[in-house]
Design a protein around this ligand. Structure first.
Ligand SMILES: Nc1ncnc2c1ncn2[C@@H]1O[C@H](COP(=O)(O)OP(=O)(O)OP(=O)(O)O)[C@@H](O)[C@H]1O
Ligand SMILES: [Mg+2]
Length: 1073
């Protein structure tokens, strides 16, 4: 530290705390080359640098999986914001690359200009002073690539919107907008470029040296686009900014009312009109909101008028609220753009850049809040670096002499104590019924905090300050860790209440401007909440508490910024100022603790786990307790004993260099191990590959061999088969040849034998024949000779009869032979079989015919013998018919085949003829329908012809009624033609009763049968033969006339049906086809 002031620009370390002095000029130590220099280098290896700390934090996060936070502290203008940007740019430069990652990085980095434009302002201490607290969590994946981020903002100093102390400016964005916007945009926003037109912009320091607002406006718009703001969103944001600016121009005038009270009225409504046009608010609504205030109590609405001061208050409250809510909306909108898209586990690096400790001429509620926050950060620093570290040495039994330091916990308690802290008092005062003013609040403070050693006030009972003229009555003073600050109590209550009249929030909610509407959700009448919103102080306290909790869960890295002078000038080193900062920041104690203490500590288990690969005994596994392992490890590595101490549960390493040595050894060893693993893996991979190849090769070879062998086997097999078949064929042919030869030999022998036998046989036959012939000849000759001799001897006795006898004998023999042969030749027994064997000898001709006739008669008899009596009767009838008509009547042959049935009409069975049947008692021989020829005209009518044993009856065919009855004795003759027709006449005995009408002339298909049956019946009944005349012309008696019935041939008129026609009195002509 002694040398530091001289070099100014440099940074230094206390342990791992980077002390950064603001150079107030740009230095060549933040170039990309420097980034590369610091990348992956050990902390103490290069000169102290923010990059070294950033690198350390980033590597711990990436390699050791520890969430990090970088706490940047220092008073206003010390360079915190710049340092935070350097940290972010370094991390962005060293972490992974790629289109997506680069976009994330770019969005994270570009969120800074946007937030600075809206949240930073020129103060007397800093031209770019952060007027809000910012904590940004940058999220990384396991590889260390950024995924996104989350920004938390803390209490914006919104009072600046409406009023700025002398020498200070409003937020940058107002100036940037008026300087940088095009004429067109200004017209759209109804703004003018001239700063002096706007009451909210202080005039004395509107321009800042070295700052180009116009260029910055372009940068901000560009950044907004990169972050992801849509054009319409940017437009809305600028409209809100314009509306805030214009709100400041609304002025009020008093107007006396009847009740004597003053009521405020807007002086010039033009500005109001333009605001309403810009924001889409109904002018009358806004105007009314500036003139009246509605208080709602117990569901009763009471409207009171506002006086001029109240109207101004309302106007400023609206402007402040509008702006601060816009700022919060911006932070949320940026968060929406930069939030991590994946849900994978994230590692977090938090960067805290909060407004620095401030002491102004007039310090108000905002400074109180800002300084409280710094007080808390100092507390956490003290807790972790001084208190906790020293306590740890004692806890771990490390030899330690306590180093005194100032613990600011007492100041924090003064402010935040829930029962009697200043914030609690302020809240209590704000919520108290009755008249509450800043003075009553101060009074309360004087009562409650009077005895606190860090609280000072004129009114306190402590006599020390009664005569302190530097302490005005309306103020209280707090001895902060960084110095005494005098706070003007004026405005504390109002600012803490942060009251916005409901009429205004409702007017805003009614705006047509979507963004403004969304900023005032409480203005929605449907969601009226009568509960008081939490006060600004309590909100801030709660959010600071959350922040502290969050920081404690992470591994802290400190950058402590020092301001070299109060003039914002380079090359000036105000030793007094710097020493003051060094003192209050507790850096000296920090140095002392560091010097006496140890740079690094770690529990034995993780230490052994991390470094066990450096020693053979501990690698790969240490069986004993971890501490013993670490001891063995450190002995083995020959680390000097003074470099480390063994605590109860941790090893303490004094010098960072020792740690770096260990880390370097580890890195080298890891590389070796990696090479070893790589080697083994490669060996394993190659071997596995080789084994796989070998196995595959064996499989392929086996399959190939199998295939080749199969193929060879198939070839051998087919060759063998061919050879085998050839050999077999050859053998077979050989055998066949032999067999053939053998057979031929046998056949030859047989043939020869046969021939020989044949020859022999023929010769024998010939001989036998010859012999037989000779014998026969001899016998014949002998017989002839014997005959001759006998004849000669007996000639004299037999000469007269011998010839006759021989002839008879021979004839007898021949006849005998004929009959014997005929026995076998006789034809079948069928009487119709016409076959008969031919005649063998002419002289037997008559015999042969006679024999044929006898045979035929015999077989006819045989045939007849088989007949039953019935059949016999039928055949007798047939025979009778044959005798009567054969060769006489041409119709006869067609009747031979027809069986004679007699009663064709089954009178018995037909109920129609029941009467007829009943009338006839005798047996019916014929019952048949015939055509009776009308004697007069030759036409025919159907009649039933019935023949019984004694009578011939004619009946009506339909009714069955008997028409005529003729006893058979009265029938004398039947006449018919010789032709092929069915006409016949029944002649009746002259004089008989039946003959009165004359003879009957009929036609029937069964003429032959009927005539035959009539003949037979008459014969059997009368014992007289009925005369049957067959002639083509015969006479019939019709009554008294004799009519000639003449049959002529050849009339084809009616086809095959004969027709009958009465020609004249004497002639009835029947045409037969
Ligand atoms: N490393 C640096 N190099 C060059 N100039 C610097 C550096 N750090 C700070 N400055 C200068 O100092 C000014 C103030 O720095 P910065 O805004 O970072 O202060 P701060 O600590 O954030 O203050 P506040 O608490 O008011 O926000 C910057 O505007 C810049 O001009
Ligand atoms: Mg800052």
């Amino acid at each position: 530290m002694q040398t530091q002031p001289v070099r100014l620009v440099e940074k230094t370390y206390i342990g791992s705390v980077v002390i950064s002095v603001n150079p107030y000029r740009s230095l060549p130590i933040y170039s990309p080359e420097k980034v590369e220099d610091y990348r992956n280098r050990n902390f103490y290896e290069l000169s102290p640098h923010i990059f070294a700390l950033s690198d350390e934090a980033y590597r711990s996060l990436r390699d050791q999986d520890k969430d990090q936070c970088i706490l940047i502290t220092g008073e206003s203008g010390a360079g915190k914001t710049e340092a935070s940007k350097l940290v972010m740019s370094y991390v962005a430069a060293v972490c992974g690359k790629g289109a997506e990652v680069n976009q994330v990085k770019e969005q994270l980095l570009q969120s800074n200009p946007v937030l600075e434009a809206f949240g930073n302002a020129k103060t007397v201490r800093n031209d770019n002073s952060s007027r809000f607290g910012k904590y940004m969590d940058i999220e990384f994946d396991f590889k260390g690539d950024p995924l996104g981020g989350v920004i938390s903002n803390y209490l914006l100093e919104k009072s600046r919107v409406v009023k700025q102390p002398r020498g200070e400016r409003n937020f940058h964005v107002f100036y940037q907008l008026l300087s940088g916007a095009s004429e067109e945009l200004l017209n759209e926003l109804k703004l003018e470029r001239d700063f002096s037109r706007y009451n909210y912009l202080s005039l004395d320091s509107a321009k800042v040296n070295g700052v180009d607002d116009a260029a910055n406006f372009r940068t901000v718009r560009n950044a907004m686009q990169i972050v992801g703001f849509m054009d319409h969103e940017v437009e809305s944001v600028l409209e809100v900014v314009a509306a805030v600016l214009k709100l400041g121009n609304i002025e009020f005038k008093p107007e006396s009312r009847v009740n004597g009270l003053d009521e405020s009225k807007i002086k010039d409504k033009n500005e109001l009109k333009e605001i309403c046009e810009l924001t889409g608010i109904d002018q009358s609504v806004l105007e009314r909101a500036f003139s009246f205030r509605t208080v709602e109590a117990k569901q009763e609405k009471v409207s009171t008028t506002l006086n001029v001061a109240q109207a101004y208050y309302a106007r400023d409250a609206l402007a402040k609220n509008l702006y601060s809510r816009l700022f919060s909306w911006l932070v949320n909108r940026i968060n929406e753009s930069i939030k991590a898209q994946t849900k994978v586990r994230k590692k977090v690096m938090g960067v805290l850049d909060i407004y620095g400790f401030e002491i102004f001429e007039d310090n108000s509620f905002e400074q109180f809040i800002i300084n409280y926050c710094n007080e808390k950060l100092q507390q956490i620093f003290i807790e972790l670096t001084l208190k906790e570290e020293q306590e740890e040495y004692i806890r771990e039994d490390i030899e330690w002499t306590h180093i005194e330091y100032f613990n600011n916990a007492i100041i924090c308690d003064l402010i935040e104590n829930n029962t009697n802290g200043i914030l609690a008092m302020l809240d209590e005062e704000c919520l108290r019924p009755g008249t509450v003013t800043d003075e009553t609040f101060l009074e309360k403070l004087n009562q409650v905090c009077a005895t606190h050693q860090h609280f000072e006030s004129r009114m306190s009972k402590c006599s020390r300050f009664l005569n302190d003229t530097s302490l005005p009555h309306s103020c209280f003073r707090i001895q902060h860790y960084a110095g005494k600050v005098l706070y003007q109590v004026e405005g504390f209550v109002d600012k803490n209440n942060d009251l916005l009249y409901r009429d205004l929030s409702q007017a805003m909610w009614k705006a047509g401007h979507a963004l403004i509407k969304s900023l005032f959700p409480e203005g929605n009448p449907a969601k009226i909440n009568l509960k008081r919103p939490p006060t600004a102080g309590s909100q801030f306290k709660a959010s600071v508490a959350t922040l502290m909790k969050n920081l404690q869960t992470k591994n802290p890295n400190y950058i402590r910024c020092i301001k070299p002078n109060d003039k914002k000038a380079a090359h000036i080193f105000n030793e007094g100022l710097v020493c003051h900062q060094v003192r209050y920041l507790g850096l000296l104690e920090n140095v002392r603790v560091r010097r006496a203490g140890y740079a690094f500590r770690q529990a034995y288990e993780p230490c052994l786990e991390r470094y066990k690969m450096l020693c053979k005994q501990t690698w790969p596994h240490w069986k004993g307790p971890a501490r013993a392992g670490v001891e063995v490890l450190f002995n083995e590595l020959e680390i000097p004993v003074e470099e480390y101490s063994f605590g109860r549960s941790k090893i303490f390493i004094r010098n960072p260099r020792t740690l770096f040595k260990l880390e370097d050894l580890r890195k080298q060893r890891l590389e070796d191990l990696a090479t070893l693993i790589q080697k083994i893996y490669r060996g394993w991979k190659c071997r596995t590959h080789f084994l796989l190849m070998r196995k595959s090769q064996i499989v392929i070879a086996a399959w190939y061999r199998r295939y080749a062998q199969q193929k060879r086997y198939q070839q051998i097999k087919s060759s063998t088969l061919v050879i085998q078949s050839y050999i077999r064929g050859w053998k077979a042919r050989k055998i066949l040849r032999e067999l053939k030869h053998q057979k031929r030999c046998e056949e030859a022998a047989t043939t020869i034998a046969a021939y020989w036998h044949g020859t022999q046989a023929r010769r024998e036959l010939k001989r036998l024949k010859e012999e037989a012939r000779r014998k026969h000849a001899v016998a014949v000759i002998w017989a002839y000779w014997l005959g001759l001799k006998v004849r000669r001897e007996y000639r004299k006795f037999f000469r007269a009869n011998a010839g006759k006898k021989i002839y008879e004998f021979t004839l007898q023999r021949i006849v005998q032979k004929y009959f014997l042969e005929m026995k076998n030749k006789v034809p079948s027994l069928s009487p119709i079989d016409k076959n008969w064997p031919s005649r063998p000898y002419l002289f037997l001709d008559s015999t042969h015919k006679e024999l044929k006739r006898i045979f035929h008669l015999w077989r006819c008899k045989k045939y007849r013998d088989q007949f039953t009596d019935q059949q016999k009767l039928i055949y007798e009838e047939k025979l009778e018919a044959s005798e009567l008509f054969k060769d006489k009547k041409a119709l006869y042959p067609s009747s031979v085949g027809q069986p004679f049935q007699g009663p064709y009409l089954e009178i018995n069975k037909n109920p129609k003829y029941k009467k007829l049947k009943d009338a006839i008692e005798e047996k019916i021989i014929i019952a048949e329908v015939v055509n009776k020829i009308n004697r007069a005209n030759g036409k025919s009518t159907s009649r039933i012809f019935l023949l019984t044993n004694n009578n011939l009856l004619l009946a009506d065919q339909k009714s069955g009624q008997i028409k005529s009855e003729v006893p058979l004795v009265d029938v004398t003759k039947v006449s018919m033609s010789s032709q092929n027709d069915g006409f016949f006449a029944v002649h009746l005995k002259e004089g008989s009763e039946a003959a009165s009408k004359g003879d009957f002339l009929f036609s029937s298909d069964h003429l032959i049968e009927m005539a035959t049956k009539l003949y037979r019946t008459t014969l059997s009944q009368t014992k007289q033969k009925l005369s049957i005349e067959i002639s083509d012309e015969f006479l019939v008696q019709f009554r008294q006339d004799k009519v000639c019935v003449k049959f002529i041939q050849g009339n084809q008129k009616n086809g095959s049906v004969p027709t009958c026609k009465r020609k004249n009195n004497r002639l009835l002509e029947v045409a037969v086809p």
